[in-house]
Design a protein around this ligand. Sequence first.
Ligand SMILES: O=C(O)CCC(=O)C(=O)O
Ligand SMILES: [Fe+2]
Length: 216
Amino acid sequence: MSKKTGFHDRSYDLFDEQIDPSENYLPKDGIVNYYGPVIPPQDADNYLRRLLEHIEWKHDEAVIFGKHIVTQRKVAWYADQPFEYTYSKISRRALPWTTELSALKARIEELTGETFNSCLLNLYQTGSEGMAWHSDAEKDLKRNGAIASLSLGAERKFSLKHKQSKETLSIDLQHGSLLVMKGTTQTHWLHRVPPTKKVSEPRVNLTFRTITVIKE
Ligand SMILES: O=C(O)CCC(=O)C(=O)O
Ligand SMILES: [Fe+2]
């Protein structure tokens, strides 16, 4: 199929890769849908370049067992309002949407039929940077709200592990692809991005979320 397909043409993702976005990847206790690439490769390249330039990337910080940790991975946080969001015990105040983020948010809302009011961005500069097992069930997040994860750049493995049964599964997240976690996924499953020696290129991940507790 031609790669000229326009950005707004839904047929791009639905037919090109034979991926069914309504298929649930989880065997139980939640819903994970993988849409495959939803942004044509050249547009995805442009978004990656512009996000690397325009986003206010900062090292991620956390307090773990009373110790202040600064991770290699960089993060950024954007939203409708200057929400304060507590993530691994560190509070951050959201920045206003950039042009690129507003366009991507609109595209993802259109594809998923969901709405989002915030986006946490992660920059994995090489394969040596990853994200440890966790679930996104912070109290500020809408309970059982959908989380839409857009990947740009290097393809990385995304793993899910059931908290009780320890069942594990993995999905390779392609350049320009969309993954959605919803229902009770965060209650019953952990997820991570394992580090890998096979990748040296950067990857940017955007997770669109809904925040409910509003602090001024
Ligand atoms: O980079 C990813 O694909 C996952 C990011 C993630 O789990 C998070 O930001 O909470
Ligand atoms: Fe997460």
